[in-house]
Design a protein around this ligand. Sequence first.
Ligand code: HEC
Ligand code: HEC
Ligand code: HEC
Length: 180
Amino acid sequence: MRSIRGWLLVFLVGLVLFPQAVVAGPDPEHRSLLATDGIHDPASRALGLLQDPARGEEGFPADRTGAINWAATLQRGLITPRTGITGSEPMKSLDSVIIMTNTRTMPHVTFPHGTHTQWLDCSNCHSEIFLPVAKGNPVTMNAILRGQYCGVCHGKVAFSPMVCERCHNVLHADSPKAWW
Ligand code: HEC
Ligand code: HEC
Ligand code: HEC
């Protein structure tokens, strides 16, 4: 049997580690967000212990559609993702920017290696998705929208292919002179 002092200690440790669960129970606003996401069990008391995504992402820059602009979030130092499971894995980055010009009357596409290699390894793209050869890949918008090339990630784990201007951002002689 635990003594009264023993139980008091358990309560105090709980209070320090999980104050919300011990004192107030899950906060109702927080609960409703996680409870309606279709992933968490709405009946679980443990919901109160999890970070509310809306609060965790407060103040993160958004793009035109209201989605979080993760590239800007990283650049501003609002997040510092680990390089791997332990955090000490080396990362190889590359600064080259490739301008992709097969865009008809749309502004040309900027492909920044820098932004991508802050999160990804060369092997995530080379050579299964792209041959590492400038103008060496027959990329079309149709293929991207079907989930190939840039569309392996964009629209799934990176911003949507519907936000045209984030990729097509280099105006040229045959393109409209401004966006929207
Ligand atoms: C994730 C980046 C990205 C986004 C977002 C994007 N595109 Fe593209 N788009 C590309 C790339 C890459 C190419 C191929 C360029 C090349 O091979 O030189 C391309 C090519 C094109 C082409 C010319 C080739 C073709 O398939 O006809 C058109 C037109 C086009 N895009 C329209 C759009 C429109 C409209 C939108 C928004 C609804 C859009 N794109 C959004 C990356 C993007
Ligand atoms: C997110 C996908 C992606 C990642 C990650 C990536 N690349 Fe690329 N890489 C591309 C694309 C797209 C092209 C352009 C292909 C084209 O124009 O058809 C390219 C082109 C290249 C080229 C040929 C063009 C040039 O600049 O000489 C080399 C070399 C290259 N990549 C090396 C690397 C290395 C090294 C890494 C890792 C540090 C890397 N890439 C990471 C997508 C990626
Ligand atoms: C292997 C996954 C992957 C592929 C393939 C990929 N991207 Fe990305 N891309 C990302 C991620 C992750 C980010 C950062 C998250 C975000 O901005 O949504 C990103 C960000 C970007 C940005 C934002 C840069 C900034 O500074 O705002 C551009 C532009 C972009 N990608 C263009 C492209 C184009 C064009 C292609 C195809 C030629 C492509 N990406 C292929 C994963 C990918």
